[in-house]
Design a protein around this ligand. Structure first.
Ligand code: HXC
Length: 525
């Protein structure tokens, strides 16, 4: 640990220097050994231990270690060293990041005026210099003793979250409580990690739920990591403990640029660009009703078979995440035929749309792997607003100006074909495998509509339907009509997919595309 002057902590002869050392020592103790022990007993690390694990060794430079709140607020008869949050900057694999780490051992990590000012300072620096902000949250929320000042303090952070959005990556780790309006700061950041058993997030806790709805529910069932990772989609990653969480944050940072003016760092994983995978020629089953796992294709094409999946447990019918092709970070969006047949529903659309917008904001090219039978039918989806949510994904793709490449692997039907990064919505390069089926409707549904009278008049309607379905499949459900029109740039052998993607990314590197001048668009939220 360095002192504020960057010199080693060292008791000095002068009064001022001794006093400084005493203040630093006091701040380093946080809430004291008893509370630190309690923190460890809960399986949690302290604010400073977390920073040590997050950043490159010895790289942390602290701000405001001496800052305390104003004494004299109601019931607040003392000031707390560091005011319950450790802030500063350091490096992750040599690249600068800004960090704040709430200290639950000091008044429960609660957020008051000074605490917020410290966080705001690092956010302001981050935007000015163009470096990511990482928030390690472990807090009882607004500091009750500070009243409206604590609410105002949250407002200051919310402002900065919004103004930094799309300028520098913002990452939140929820490593303890996060309740009430406090949840909205992480919700506005780009990625939220929630640590296994230690964390929870909710707008109103179990007690309020019981009073208002007479429903009994545990903290975990209401807003634990599992719930937010699987059902709500609020959490993008749910590592089991602090150590793995911080390791995964480092991994994520490695895929991202430091700000919206830069591109992601190139990392050579020594995986040949020309590498082919003949097994891919047999990935798609002969029977179109049989399924397969899209992950086989994803892990086959990416550099070093490395893929960081985002929201892996939520809306599993669509896969999103980061990987590298030829060393360059790409954002990948893929339908997953092994979950709900890869259909687009409300959750899948919203999940993919937000990811597309993140990648576009931070100059990360988009790769889209398509096997989609259409949008999910039914009153639950219609009443839940599949029209509005599906439109988010369409809007996000149309708006994206980064290099965009699509590979249609198998099904691409109806509106879902257009939405999944088709040529018609300004995708740059569209490939299809020979197994691709591109049409307005699935063969059976289409045959039922256009041959209805013939089928009804046939002596064996079911046999007639099968025959017409096959006829339709042969004529329409293939990639060749689309290729003739130029909607598909090339029908490629599956084994060559990696090579073709990398070559396309290389020529798209200089892509420039303008959007019309406007204040902002109006995405269907
Ligand atoms: C002041 C707080 C505090 C808070 C905790 N503490 N939360 N002090 N303001 N918000 C203090 C406790 O008094 C205690 O001090 C110490 O932190 C540790 O808390 P414990 O309760 O002993 O810890 P634990 O048993 O682990 O329980 C954690 C907890 C509980 C569930 C978070 O502390 C709690 O319910 N706190 C209040 C939560 C809350 O209602 N916050 C406001 C949410 S609304 P001592 O000295 O006794 O050790 C909100 C609005 C934001 O945040 C609005 C934004 C617009």
């Amino acid at each position: 640990m360095k002192t504020l002057t960057g010199k080693p902590a060292n008791p000095a002869p002068s009064d001022g220097r001794t006093h400084l050392q005493e203040l630093i020592d006091e701040a380093l103790q946080g809430g004291g050994s008893q509370r630190v022990e309690e923190q460890h007993r809960k399986g949690k690390l302290t604010a400073r231990e977390r920073i040590d694990l997050l950043l490159d060794e010895g790289s942390f430079e602290e701000f405001d270690i001496l800052k305390t709140g104003r004494a004299g607020s109601i019931g607040q008869d003392r000031r707390y060293p560091g005011d319950g949050v450790v802030t500063g900057h350091g490096a992750i694999d040599g690249r600068e990041v800004f960090v704040f780490s709430q200290d639950f051992t000091v008044v429960g990590g609660s957020l008051g005026e000074a605490h917020s000012q410290k966080i705001c300072k690092v956010m302001d620096h981050a935007v000015r210099v163009g470096a990511p902000v990482i928030g390690l949250n472990d807090s009882g929320g607004a500091r009750i003793q500070e009243g409206v000042d604590a609410l105002a303090a949250y407002g200051e952070i919310f402002n900065r979250n919004v103004l930094a959005s799309g300028v520098v990556p913002q990452i939140s780790c929820i490593m303890g409580p996060c309740a009430g309006g406090a949840v909205y700061s992480p919700a506005m950041t780009d990625f939220t990690f929630m640590v296994g058993a230690a964390s929870y997030m909710f707008v109103t806790g179990p007690n309020v739920v019981k009073t208002v709805t007479h429903q009994e529910i545990s903290f975990d069932d209401l807003g634990g990591a599992e719930v937010h990772g699987r059902i709500s989609g609020v959490a993008h990653f749910t590592p089991p403990n602090d150590i793995l969480c911080l390791r995964e944050v480092r991994r994520l940072i490695n895929y991202l640029p430091s700000n919206n003016r830069q591109t992601s760092p190139i990392l050579d994983l020594k995986d040949p660009i020309e590498r082919t995978d003949p097994a891919l020629d047999f990935l798609v089953p002969v029977n179109p009703n049989h399924t397969y796992d899209m992950n086989v294709l994803i892990y086959s094409i990416l550099d070093g078979a490395e893929f960081m999946e985002v929201q892996p447990h939520h809306a599993r019918n669509i896969i999103i995440g980061f990987g590298r092709l030829g060393g360059q970070t790409i954002g990948l969006i893929a339908n997953q035929p092994a979950a709900l047949a890869g259909v687009l529903d409300i959750h899948a659309s919203a999940k993919a749309a937000r990811f597309v917008r993140f990648c576009d904001a931070f100059n990360i090219p988009l790769i889209c792997l398509v096997d989609v039978p259409g949008f999910m039918p039914g009153p639950e989806q219609e009443h839940g607003g599949i029209i509005r949510h599906g439109a988010k994904l369409l809007y996000a793709f149309v708006e994206a100006t980064v290099p965009r490449i699509t590979v249609i692997v198998r099904k691409a039907y109806g509106g879902a074909y257009v939405v999944m990064n088709s040529k018609h919505i300004r995708c740059d390069i569209n490939y299809a495998w020979p197994t691709a089926e591109i049409a307005v409707l699935g063969p059976r549904g289409a045959a039922e509509v256009i041959y209805r009278k013939d089928i009804q008049a046939a002596p064996d309607p079911e046999a007639a339907l099968s025959g017409k379905t096959e006829e339709y499949r042969q004529t329409f459900a293939n990639p060749f009509l689309a290729a003739k029109r130029g909607y598909i740039d090339d029908v490629i052998f599956p084994r060559d997919t990696r090579h073709r993607l990398i070559r396309s990314l290389q020529f798209l590197e200089g892509k420039k595309m303008e959007r019309p001048d406007r204040k902002h668009g109006n995405i269907p939220l």
